[in-house]
Design a protein around this ligand. Sequence first.
Ligand SMILES: C[S@@+](CC[C@H](N)C(=O)[O-])C[C@H]1O[C@@H](n2cnc3c(N)ncnc32)[C@H](O)[C@@H]1O
Length: 320
Amino acid sequence: MNTRRQLELLDLHPEIENVTREVCEGLQKQQKSLSPKYFYDERGSELFEAITQLDEYYPTRTELALFDAHLPDIADLIGAGSCVIEYGSGSSLKIRKLLEALSPLAYVPVDISRDYLLSNAMALAQDFPQLTVLPVCADFSQSIALPEQVGGLNPIGFFPGSSIGNFEPAQAKQFLGRVANTLGSGGYFLIGVDCKKDPAVLERAYNDEDGITAAFNLNALSHLNHLLGAEFQLDAFEHEAHYNQEAGCIQMFLRSTARQQVSIGDSIFAFDDGERLHTENSYKYSPDELIRLAEDSGFGCEHLWQDADEYFGLYLLKAL
Ligand SMILES: C[S@@+](CC[C@H](N)C(=O)[O-])C[C@H]1O[C@@H](n2cnc3c(N)ncnc32)[C@H](O)[C@@H]1O
């Protein structure tokens, strides 16, 4: 039986030197950019959780309703799985429903936000005493060595929340290829993906009235201040999010409200007044596009469930 004390974290969090190098490389580009993974320290994870409760943010409640309506069918199709691997586990809200439907032997939540991962994994281990919970703190944009206890168990992959949209399409293909490899031929991958829709609905979801998404966006800077000793002035940047029709993605930026310099260790980065720092792309996929991407990456699509408005898609993929 799992208890709080017995839970072991496999900590593969990237080394600080590598984080510093990656962040500095992004800030040296013509279009300055940061990876969206930097939103997520404990506060960032809590802010994302607050976003999922917002009236404007339709994806989470739409995806949860799809789970409620279709989990029995999903469980019938997947059959009894022995190990669920969740990429970007966050608050674990959705996994609870899946665990109840599948009753697996083991659960591997993978997330970059270490403290939040651990506290949610502990809560889950308390609530599912028969389940072996094996948390892994890692960057899922890289290859991940899973805990050795997973070997020999039949794995099922789970990737809700449309996090696939944060990858550039070429990176999404690489990620899916790695997952197909991890799951092995015949392995199931349940993935929730936000669909293309009226840009006004999309832009509203990323520009909430309470400014929670703005705080989440700015949290990337405060995270890097804590993690790397960077010296971003949070009140000298403003949130911006809009839909790029041509690229098919929501783009988030932090716009510098002054001419300023930001130091990270020995490196200094100059921002013009109005210059934008790119912090996230969130690609939206029509079902045809997502299925083609999956097929190009070593998966076939077994089933797609959508809500009546076709806002969101829940795909059951199977590794070929
Ligand atoms: C958009 S949230 C989704 C959370 C949850 N799965 C859901 O559906 O509501 C993205 C989650 O993935 C994690 N994450 C983001 N980028 C990551 C990366 N490169 N490696 C590992 N975890 C990452 C974040 O910490 C966060 O918990």
